[in-house]
Design a protein around this ligand. Sequence first.
Ligand code: PEP
Ligand code: MN
Length: 343
Amino acid sequence: MIVAMKADASAEEIRNVIDRISGHNLKALNMPGGERTAIGIASAIPPDLRVTLTEMLERLPGVDRVTQVSRAYKLASREFHPADTLVSIKGVTIGGDKVVIAAGPCTIENREQLFEAAKIVKEAGGKLLRGGAFKPRTSPYSFQGLGVEGLRLLKEAGDEFGLVTVTEIMDQHDLDLFLKYADVLQIGARNMQNYPLLTAVGRTNCPVLLKRGPSAMIDEWLLAAEYVLAQGNDQVILCERGVHPLDRDHTRYTLDLSAVPVVKTLSHLPVIVDPSHACGNWKWVSAMSAAAVAAGADGLIIEMHPNPSAAMCDGSQALKPDTFTDLMTRLDAVAGAVGRAMA
Ligand code: PEP
Ligand code: MN
């Protein structure tokens, strides 16, 4: 439910509406706008209270109208927050008119590999450096990442090359550690519905990159974002990374590009695309990167490895440095064609 105040509503009238909402043990959110203030009710309203509450609020001085938010997610919805959310990290803005690229290896393997990747990302115009330190591997016998040492290397490389860092957190108990080393907390596809983890990152003010689970419907994904927003952290970037496929012979997942315009209509949060995990094969990554930018994605997160054939994880989908650099040049024209520019 959203209470739109009149343009000339006084601070006292706004306070009164908030107090009345809180008096019903509901969470009221004060959302000052350019011309007028709106007050949102973030809690679930008991069905028997809905009509009385609407009528009571409509009668209060300073109230223009009360509208119902029809969707299960509220804070993540455009109804609640019509303007695009901009996520800003160290001078890089995601969700504005520029398309932002994050790239780097799937996994941080050693200093040399990561620093070489960072140099290539920087020189090609990427703004974020990705790299996993704690990896969610299907098999417990596969390389699990360098752990804390990987986080330290990532921070060092980010500082040295002036890149914003993004890395996956799997366990909320590691939060303090990640806050010390990472600029953006990635919630991986497997953890999209790990509610304690979503709640924990929601209590920070660190930007969160929330990947879509491969079996998640769009509303489930937005409800996962709602968990983060409901704790007060509004710096959420959504990431489409492919859904369970019909055909596994040629691609790893199926990149759901229609999710980009759909989610940008339903929500104010920025949406980026990970073509690498969707395709599973470097050969399709450039085409799907271009398609994602054409579809209106606010950015891409791409796996790139200085030497993919030697990669410890996801080598088959990693772009070689030359292919990545070439793609970056070609994306300029695609972004321009849809009224955007590369950051
Ligand atoms: C990753 O980004 O390295 C990763 C594991 O991605 P996803 O969670 O999308 O599978
Ligand atoms: Mn990977």
